[in-house]
Design a protein around this ligand. Structure first.
Ligand code: AMP
Length: 116
């Protein structure tokens, strides 16, 4: 369920502090420590999966829950109408730094496209 040394598992276990903005029995979301936008929330499963390329059909419910949690948080943060972006970095070239599956909810400013 947890991986030794994983920062995000540490947040689930409440061993590492984070500003939690949403929590249910499967999902935890918290403000990013280095925000790239006025709203920057990390949304992740409460158990350890390294990366998107490790999920399969059994995770279809989890994948849906992650996206729905992001949408709910966007509403609570007041950016539903102005717009926002969900980003999921996978692997080194995808820009993933923390190898515990998560998505980013970004908003509160005009976001550029394409990303770097
Ligand atoms: P990624 O590059 O997709 O793996 O994103 C990892 C994100 O986690 C980065 O935006 C980091 O700023 C964020 N992050 C890393 N450690 C923490 C932490 N302890 N609390 C909150 N956010 C964190």
């Amino acid at each position: 369920m947890f991986k030794e040394g994983c920062v995000f598992c540490g947040i689930v276990k409440k061993e590492i502090n984070a500003k939690i903005v949403f929590e249910d029995n499967k999902i935890l979301a918290f403000d990013d420590i280095k925000p790239q936008a006025p709203v920057h929330v990390v949304v992740m499963p409460k158990y350890h999966i390294d990366r998107l390329s490790h999920i399969s059909d059994e995770h279809v419910n989890l994948a849906g829950r992650l996206v729905l949690a992001a949408k709910k948080i966007a509403g609570e943060k007041g950016i539903e109408d102005s717009g926002y972006r969900i980003v999921l970095n996978c692997g080194k070239e995808g820009g993933q730094e923390v190898f515990h599956l998560h998505l980013h909810l970004l908003g509160g400013r005009q976001l550029a496209w394409p990303p770097g």
